[in-house]
Design a protein around this ligand. Structure first.
Ligand SMILES: [Zn+2]
Length: 416
């Protein structure tokens, strides 16, 4: 999966791999795959002795006629020299040796195959005018998702277990025009998100518990075992296995959670036509914010994973995601900008204007304000903001945390 650069419409690319059964004899298909491999190798051998990257034009001049005379079609030839060039390129940049191809694998361009998702068949145009028809073996649910997508390339492979096909699907996600801002605060115990309108009205407030406490207990087990066998744990099979088991649990819990929450968040953003504002985790470290909590490496690694899933799910729905430096977002008063002080469990109070609120919610509101002021100043597209006046009189944030989480008390935060 991958996306285009920011600013363009987001393009979603996904590959679907499945087993394929040739209809009738597969002699010609096998012949094609061998010929293809040899042709790629031939091109690799030739360009390995030439220094520097070759342009497509040069590649074409050097190899096109030769490949066509071997029986390849025009787009076969193009795929072959471009693939060979990319192999050489990555071998060189890794400081490796000349690539030697052993596996039977061919990349085939849109013009040289016909895919029919209804009958689940793939017809390939081979060398010298031959064709091969393959029956694709997979469930209709897996394929169903890709109806309405375009496809632009297939990769056909043959190994000891038979033939495999990967189909590359592509779709332009229709960009959602943002009408609200969803800002998300991550910390060890909770994920807090708020959806606010450009004029500061609260639409939605939601909190998820993170599984980091659970993950931490597995982590502690691992460290306990490693401490007990400080020198030898890597070499004792049973001990290593126990550690692997905890590692596996940690991976399952965190990926499962990240996917689930990524999906939920993107659905909510979609429902409210939000632009999503996340904390820029790279800036987090240099700010040295929230010292102890964020110094737990565990946290940072988990937040990255979570942000990855949120971004992925959001882009799939055409929702824009921006990252904002979180400096000061959990320590400044969202109303007057002065430093906040702790006031009971997870509550913060401003000594200057008397503002009181839940620290996580305050962080999301400050993120929102940072986003709004940053993007209104430089006139980048997004929601049109009405920045709140600094001394608006709002008593909305008072009350205990549970009251605060019942949302209505936030509603008037920016209303005049
Ligand atoms: Zn204040």
């Amino acid at each position: 999966m991958s996306y285009s650069v920011r600013g363009e419409e987001p393009v979603v690319i996904e590959a679907l791999k499945m087993r394929a059964l040739p209809e009738g004899s597969y002699d010609k298909l096998l012949e094609f795959l061998k010929l293809y491999r040899n042709a790629v190798q031939m091109v690799v051998d030739r360009i390995w002795s030439i220094n520097g990257r070759l342009s497509k034009k040069r590649l074409h001049r050097l190899f096109y006629n030769n490949l066509v005379s071997m029986g390849f079609r025009a787009h076969h030839a193009k795929e072959i020299y471009i693939y060979a060039e990319s192999l050489v390129d990555s071998a060189r940049s890794n400081g490796g040796r000349k690539p030697i191809l052993r596996k039977l694998s061919a990349r085939i361009d849109r013009y040289d195959y016909k895919l029919d998702l209804d009958s689940m068949t793939l017809t390939l145009k081979l060398h010298s005018g031959y064709e091969a028809k393959l029956k694709l073996v997979t469930s209709s649910e897996r394929v169903g998702k890709f109806r309405g997508w375009g496809n632009y390339e297939v990769v056909v492979k043959c190994d000891g277990s038979g033939f495999w096909v990967s189909i590359y699907f592509k779709r332009v996600a229709k960009a959602v025009k943002p009408r609200t801002v969803m800002s998300i605060d991550l910390n060890f115990d909770n994920i807090t998100l708020t959806v606010l309108t450009p004029d500061g009205r609260l639409v939605k407030l939601k909190r998820f518990r993170t599984p980091l406490r659970k993950v931490l207990t597995h982590r502690i087990w691992v460290e306990r075992i490693q401490r007990r066998y400080p020198r030898s744990w890597k070499f004792i099979k049973g001990v290593r296995k126990a550690i692997d088991r905890h590692g596996e649990r940690i991976r399952n819990i965190s990926w499962g959670y990240a996917h689930k929450v990524g999906d939920l968040v993107a659905e909510l953003a979609s429902k409210h036509s939000s632009i999503i504002v996340l904390e820029d985790l790279d800036k987090l470290r240099e700010n040295n914010k929230r010292g102890r909590e964020f110094n737990k490496r565990l946290g940072l690694w988990f937040y990255r994973r979570l942000q990855f899933c949120v971004e992925y799910e959001a882009r799939e729905r055409g929702i824009e995601v921006v990252k904002i430096n979180p400096r000061g977002t959990s320590s400044k008063c969202p109303r007057c900008g002065k430093k906040l002080f702790e006031d009971g469990h997870r509550m913060l109070r401003c000594m200057k204007c008397g503002f009181v609120g839940d620290r996580d919610v305050i962080a999301t509101i400050n993120l929102y304000k940072k986003y709004v002021s940053k993007y209104s100043r430089c006139g980048v597209s997004g929601v049109a903001p009405n920045a709140p006046k600094p001394d608006e009189n709002t008593s909305g944030m008072q009350g205990n945390r549970d009251d605060a989480m019942k949302t209505s008390s936030y509603m008037n935060l920016y209303e005049s």
